[in-house]
Design a protein around this ligand. Sequence first.
Ligand SMILES: C[S@@+](CC[C@H](N)C(=O)[O-])C[C@H]1O[C@@H](n2cnc3c(N)ncnc32)[C@H](O)[C@@H]1O
Length: 305
Amino acid sequence: MSRVQALFSFVTENHPRSLKGLEESRAVAPELFDEVAEKFLGWAAKVHGETGYLPRCVDAFAIFSHDVLMSQARYEADGHYENDSFAKCEEAVYGRREVMDDYLWGVFLTNFMWAHHMDITRFYKDRFISKLPSAPKVVELAPGHGGWGVWMLSERPDATLHGYDVSPSSIVIASSVAEAAGVSGRVQYTRRNALDLESMPAGEADAVICSFLIEHLEEPWRLVAVISRLLKPGGRAFLTGALTAAQVDHIYEFRKESELVLLCEQHDLRVLETISVAPQRLLPKARFLPRSMGLLLQRRKSDMW
Ligand SMILES: C[S@@+](CC[C@H](N)C(=O)[O-])C[C@H]1O[C@@H](n2cnc3c(N)ncnc32)[C@H](O)[C@@H]1O
């Protein structure tokens, strides 16, 4: 049985309410779904063992998805995100292994099990990975589970990666995923606040991956300044962010796509392409449309370029 078939059987048996979403997700791009699911689940099987990986990851996915829905319902009622401080999120989520391990294995599966995120996944593969220059030095900010960067390394044997995440769980999990994918010799993960990279030498990265970090910050413009500083002139970045989409650790409430575009343009980043996607099904009477946005960016070579 393929891993995709095993996933469908496990979900049918243990999480029947997640089946419709899984079917919607595969329908977005069946070939890409199978490719990504086989890869990601294969790495998870190496980390957790053949008998344990589906319960470990799919249960975590179901809990994570449920928590996101509950956060969105509170946001609908209150009109604002529930948390306003990075320090609180670090204490309650990022620093707590018992919370963060489930969270990260759950997010790991959203890359192909949330139908709208399949569009972001396709954007990443077609518009970012496939356009990297030769022997790229890539920086990943907030790798979390590590899936984005490890996938890039598995596609590009000439690439190297340095990832920075504030959570100790991320360093452990991303390292284990890299090991499972056989790319650990080309990646290094360091526990560090991405905003502290403001002081790094400028212009050393060919590319930056920064997925679903920007909405977790009090001052998102500082992150955009970091991305711009790290990139060589002409270097590219894959940036994603959430808009009017609540989660327990989402702090900065982006409401319009143009807010992200403007932040990038204000920091010497050309916005080459964008994609904005939303779930196919919403809460009843929703006034907010929870969106995920992907941006392909390029560091300007000069003010006018
Ligand atoms: C939603 S997860 C994103 C994981 C992965 N990049 C993805 O897109 O699936 C958010 C990640 O941001 C990390 N994080 C939050 N604030 C951070 C900061 N200031 N610096 C570095 N990492 C941070 C968390 O530890 C967590 O791993």
